[in-house]
Write a new protein. Structure first.
Length: 386
């Protein structure tokens, strides 16, 4: 295998093949919670922003224990170079296992697009750990990764990165929509009725599951509050809720990309000895949901995606505040659990088509970013290793 070379006629031929009328693209996403890999297969018909997108399937898998160094990196802890290298390789292997499962169901892809694991994101710096070489070797197709790098190199923040993909998958000719990602950090994409990409509005809103999972781990004694049961059983402490709401509102008002240092751990430190465990969970959901609901206000329809959709207390708080018809993204044909993975697939196809995948009004990039992504091309014939 070898990396991109502009003079390589074989590579150029593969690029042209990827820009054919119909392509099957697999996208992969690992979130800030570092609890697994999501993979989604989409059928791209046509090229560029005029292409049609059809969701063909998704699957998820866990991360190996060898990737533990990545969590330590994200927490700012010292990690050896060997541990990072081993974790990066293990992460690639985990991607192979998940991709292989979906390939068995939907067939061989023409392209694989992977996000990688974010371990640092702040002040124009971004580090997404990914070892893509094993993926290219296993499936004998081109792999694109590091989708944020070109935007950051041209003065952008690299995030939110999904808005153009949201526009391609979810826009409506007659109704304004807000796509809400209830992930580690919440981001929203506003899609005006019948609008072009130039009118997309998108931003990071606040820490979301970063806060809720921190409460779960440090107060509830579990990895996460399944379905929001503990939060639903608790009562909102108004003082605790108001404190967290103020912290989160300040994040959104800063109009910047959220990441390392924005997890709001200080709120848990301030209230864990002053509130009952279930009440802390309820207060956190109330505050996070209210801030997100305010951010989504103004759209005629609000669609929720991401892991937070399973938290009934969080969803209820968003619905109360948004004052709009709020539904799970699944009703639009893409399961919310796989929205980000599907977006990675769409962005990968746009990269292959030479289309800029970020917008100045969203990331702050100075003009359209050039063709994004770092590429790995396999040697030998296409097809999976036997």
């Amino acid at each position: 295998m070898r990396a991109w070379g502009v003079q390589d006629e074989r590579i150029l031929g593969m690029m042209l093949a990827m820009r054919s009328a119909s392509r099957l693209v697999i996208g992969c996403m690992t979130g800030t919670s570092q609890d697994g890999v999501d993979a989604a297969a989409v059928r791209i018909t046509g090229r560029g922003l005029g292409a049609r997108v059809g969701f063909e399937g998704g699957t998820s898998g866990g991360l190996r224990s060898e990737t533990g160094a990545l969590r330590a990196l994200a927490a700012g802890d010292g990690v050896s170079a060997e541990a990072v290298a081993r974790s990066a390789r293990a992460l690639g292997d985990d991607h192979v296992a998940v991709i292989r499962e979906i390939v068995e169901r939907v067939g061989r892809p023409d392209l694989i697009s992977v996000h990688g694991q974010t371990v640092f994101h702040r002040d124009g710096l971004n580090w997404q750990v990914m070892d893509p070489w094993g993926i290219a070797r296993a499936f004998r197709v081109p792999v694109v990764f590091d989708l944020r790098g070109a935007d950051i190199a041209h003065g952008g923040r690299g995030a939110p990165i999904t808005p153009i993909a949201d526009w391609m998958m979810f826009r409506d000719a007659h109704t304004s929509r807000c796509i809400v990602n209830l992930g580690g950090f919440c981001n929203i994409t506003m899609l005006g009725a019948g609008s072009g990409v130039e009118t997309i509005a998108a931003r990071d809103v606040c820490a979301c599951n970063q806060v809720l999972d921190d409460v779960a781990r440090r107060v509830l004694g579990c990895d996460f509050d399944g379905d929001g049961r503990r939060a639903m059983a608790g009562r909102v402490d108004e003082a605790a809720r108001d404190d967290l709401r103020a912290r989160l509102m300040a994040q959104g008002e800063a109009h910047r990309s959220l990441g390392t240092g924005d997890e709001a751990h200080g709120w848990v430190d301030a209230w864990r000895e002053r509130c009952r465990a279930d009440d802390m969970a309820a207060s956190a959901c109330a505050a996070v949901g209210e801030v997100i609901g305010r951010g989504a206000a103004g759209a005629e329809e609000v669609y929720l995606a991401g892991g937070g959709v399973r938290n009934a207390a969080l969803v209820a708080a968003v619905e109360r505040t948004a004052k709009a018809r709020t539904r799970a993204l699944d009703v639009l044909g893409v399961p919310g659990a796989y929205r980000e993975a599907a977006a990675m697939a769409v962005l990968g196809a746009l990269c292959a088509d030479g289309v800029a995948i970020t917008l100045p009004g969203v990331t702050g990039v100075r003009g359209d970013a050039p063709m994004a992504g770092a590429w790995v091309f396999p040697d030998g014939p296409r097809g999976m290793d036997g």
